[in-house]
Design a protein around this ligand. Structure first.
Ligand code: GLP
Length: 249
């Protein structure tokens, strides 16, 4: 496990973007696992900047996002598909057909989970998986529970996750109660994992995840067992908004 302390959110974003960029330069056909949430926004901005300068070519990558809300599609501004288009996909030269996100509007959720898992394995698995961490230790939408859920599955979101993510919706009642997420096995099979955490509000859970017991009650704790995990963190005062991320730690 490599643990890197960033000096501020910009530094964290540059470091994370550098690792993703190196991955794509070393293997232009990289399969990237991507994450949403406020933490990776700066990483995507940096990658877009380098793309615009001609420093990086995304034309041959394939991507798989971790998760999507059930009931939301591309047209919903709070969907993760919309988030990815808005922050990354619309600005780069990746082939649209190579950018995968679970379909939150699928008629048959079980079939959609199987389809997504098969797509990932058909692509040869994930080379580099980017992760954020939820306040309860979730990765993707793998919520704390009695067991590590293995493959892509349908999940009922915890109240704490619904409350944490309500900031992106008009009201808490609009937050979907369910999501499709890659499972812990899907994530752990990635060849490399890059976990990013920003804000003093993430310090407690990140320390539990990295140094506490490996337990499904802290889903991110399983990452201690991954052979190639890099963690970049910055305990900046408040990570709740992407607008306040330029201040120093
Ligand atoms: C959501 C996503 C997670 C993400 C988490 C933390 O719940 N499903 O993948 O890691 O939010 O988000 P933030 O970076 O906004 O703290």
């Amino acid at each position: 496990m490599k643990i890197i302390q960033a000096s501020n959110y910009t530094d964290l974003s540059h470091k994370a973007a550098n690792i993703i960029s190196a991955q794509v330069i070393l293997n232009e056909r990289s399969v990237l696992g991507l994450a949403t949430g406020s933490t990776p926004i700066g990483t995507y901005q940096q990658l877009v900047d380098w793309y615009k300068k001609g420093d990086i070519d995304f034309s041959k990558i394939t991507t798989f996002n971790l998760d999507e809300y059930v009931g939301l599609g591309k047209e919903d501004v709070q969907s993760y598909r919309h988030f990815m288009d808005d922050h990354f996909f619309s600005y780069i030269n990746a082939a649209p057909t190579s950018l995968h996100i679970p379909n939150g509007k699928a008629a048959d959720m079980e079939a959609e989970c199987t389809r997504y898992e098969t797509l990932i394995s058909d692509a040869g698995g994930i080379d580099l998986q980017l992760l954020g961490i939820g306040h309860n230790g979730h990765i993707g939408f793998n919520e704390p529970g009695d067991a590590f859920e293995k493959c892509t599955h349908l999940v009922a979101l915890n109240n704490s996750t619904i409350q944490a993510n309500a900031r992106f919706f008009h009201s808490i009642d609009d937050v979907p109660t369910h999501a499709i997420t890659m499972g812990i096995k899907t994530i752990m099979q990635a060849k490399k994992i890059l976990l990013i955490a920003n804000g003093s509000d993430k310090q407690n859970i990140l320390e539990k995840a990295l140094y506490g017991p490996v337990t499904p009650f802290v889903p991110a704790s399983i990452l201690q067992l991954h052979p190639d995990l890099t963690v970049i963190y910055c305990y900046e005062a408040n990570a709740s908004s992407s607008k306040n991320k330029e201040s120093s730690c």
